[in-house]
Design a protein around this ligand. Structure first.
Ligand SMILES: Nc1ncnc2c1ncn2[C@@H]1O[C@H](COP(=O)(O)OP(=O)(O)OP(=O)(O)O)[C@@H](O)[C@H]1O
Ligand SMILES: [Mg+2]
Length: 535
């Protein structure tokens, strides 16, 4: 019983904290720990469930009447021996005013006794009246060491079976345990066994698949296996450099060197310019699992209360750490945090507050990548120093970036970019986003396919001419975004001067470079006088 949570639990019990609320899915693990503490301190253990009432030693019911939730509390109050009382799933009764009152009475009464009341439940549902009286403990998922013990147990149990091959070289063992991280003890044991039954060995894939399902079942998080090569992201050189510089950021070597773990970044910018794409590629550069958090679902009311959902998302991502937690369109979920005390009883701002605190104080290596494309509804607290390592502004692609994007997407569609006039394409797509460029290529492909011939530069230029780019339809929004970002965010793309330096090199390499006219980062076709010049 060495884990810090177990130690904390023991400390609280010794310090006579009257009521402790333990949040955990793992009744058995928690109960075992509590029994061990009780034994060490010569206390009895009583376990209560709604179906059986209060059970004493050897699981004998003390009295049928204790099935009633209030009688159960009375039993705790009247009981004279030093004991730990574990109430399972008692959270369902915490909205009853009599129960609340009785619990408050108990906190006073128990302080002077050697009795501790434990509410054990997978869900935290604490009425505000009790917040000051009850101490909440998150019973964390098993640590790597604990998972190792479980694995050893499973290995021992099949040692005699000649049909099962157990290869547990240290690296293999580490991989298996890492894959199982984030599972409860029960889930881990089951998946180890499942892997043995299905594959006759411990198989990392089986474990990862199972984990993916469990994460998905939470309804809030989604697991993305390693995806999206960074070479598929066109432009955004500064952002890419930032990411590549930190490939080793989560290694022990970086810690020993004295580097803190990166906390996270906020990618802010114009629609369809590669924010989500970049988020996905960070995971593959750093070779970390990518987990997407759907902020909308946290508040949807479909799965549990918002507060509880946020907590679960945080604990789950911490238990999988090191990992990347991707929060797409963060502003949508947290919109209205300012006005919420009047609209939703303050839930949004409370949940947002706990998220912000976590962002700032988290110690587990969970790197948060948030994306947003609206600034006016973004809560200002989010942008304060210390929340994110950096805020990057992702603008419409420059001429040079558009060339890269054309090349990437032509290659994706099995075409050799050398067969196309990339310079003309980049020139003809001023003001288009990456997503729009991709769409133009697809539209052109349809056209060519329909005419029974292969794709040409003119097909793509034709498709570009037929669509109105974002820079026109959303001009005002983009302008205001740029003004906002000018002194608050770092550009994700290299400035024209840096690009010119590269261009010089390209020229000396014998490549031709387009004029820099469209490099002013103002790819608006008819610049309006209201637009501020870009730095
Ligand atoms: N810089 C880029 N390089 C290559 N492809 C790009 C780039 N930007 C956009 N695309 C293409 O457009 C698609 C959509 O881009 P993405 O979803 O990353 O945009 P976004 O910035 O997240 O937009 P939104 O704000 O609408 O969420 C990508 O999947 C990719 O195919
Ligand atoms: Mg996106």
């Amino acid at each position: 019983m060495a884990s810090p949570v177990d130690q904390e639990l023991e400390t609280l019990i010794r310090a006579r904290y009257p009521i402790i609320y333990i949040v955990s899915w793992e009744e058995k693990r928690v109960e075992d720990t509590l029994r061990e503490i009780a034994q060490n301190r010569s206390k009895k253990v009583f376990v209560w469930t709604i179906t059986q009432g209060m059970l004493g030693a050897s699981n004998v019911a003390v009295n049928q009447a204790t099935r009633d939730p209030i009688s159960a509390l009375d039993f705790v109050l009247m009981s004279t021996e030093p004991a730990i009382f574990i109430l399972k799933d008692y959270h369902t009764f915490l909205n009853d005013s009599v129960v609340v009152r009785r619990l408050r009475d108990l906190t006073t009464a128990l302080k002077t006794t050697y009795k501790t009341l434990i509410i054990l439940s997978p869900i935290l549902k604490l009425p505000a009246e009790l917040e000051k009286d009850i101490t909440v403990i998150d019973y964390y998922l098993p640590t790597i060491e604990e998972l190792g013990e479980l694995l050893d147990g499973v290995v021992r149990s099949v040692k005699e079976n000649p049909q099962i091959e157990i290869d547990l070289a240290p690296e293999m063992r580490e991989q298996i345990l890492k894959a199982a991280q984030g599972l409860t003890a029960n889930e881990a044991e089951n998946v180890f066994a499942k892997s043995l039954v299905e594959k006759r060995k411990f198989d990392v894939e089986v474990i990862l698949t199972e984990k993916e399902q469990i994460i998905r079942k939470s309804g809030i998080l989604e697991y993305f296996p390693g995806i999206e090569n960074i070479s598929n992201v066109g432009g955004l050189e500064i952002l890419k450099e930032w990411v590549e510089k930190r490939v080793q950021a989560f290694t022990d070597k970086a810690r020993q060197f004295g580097l803190p773990e990166p906390k996270g970044i906020l990618l802010l910018g114009v629609q369809g310019c590669g924010k989500s794409l970049a988020a996905k590629s960070i995971a593959s550069v750093w070779k970390l699992p990518l987990i997407r958090l759907d902020v909308g679902k946290i508040f949807s009311g479909i799965v549990g209360s918002s507060e509880e959902n946020m907590r679960r998302a945080i604990t789950m991502s911490e238990s999988i750490a090191p990992c990347i937690l991707w929060i797409d369109e963060i502003e949508k979920g947290f919109a209205g945090t300012q006005s919420s005390p009047f609209s939703d009883g303050g839930t949004t701002s409370r949940v947002f507050g706990s998220f912000i605190t976590w962002l700032q104080e988290k110690t587990a290596p969970v790197f948060v990548v948030s994306t947003a494309n609206e600034v006016n509804i973004l809560p200002p607290e989010m942008l304060r120093k210390g929340r994110f390592d950096d805020i990057f502004f992702v603008d419409l692609p420059s001429e040079r970036e558009r060339r890269e994007i054309f090349e990437i997407h032509l290659r994706k569609r099995k075409r050799d970019p050398a067969q196309f006039d990339i310079k003309r394409l980049a020139g003809g797509s001023d003001g288009f986003s990456g997503a729009e460029i991709e769409q133009a290529i697809i539209a052109a492909l349809y056209e060519a396919f329909d005419q029974g011939r292969d794709l040409t530069t003119d097909d793509i230029l034709g498709a570009l001419k037929q669509s109105i780019p974002l820079s026109q339809t959303m001009r005002e929004k983009i302008d205001s975004l740029r003004r906002w970002a000018a002194d608050r965010a770092r550009p994700a793309s290299a400035p024209p001067t840096a690009r010119r330096a590269k261009t010089k090199k390209a020229e000396s390499d014998g490549q031709e470079e387009a004029p820099e006219a469209s490099e002013a980062l103002l790819p608006v076709r008819e610049p309006s006088p209201a637009v501020e010049p870009q730095p």
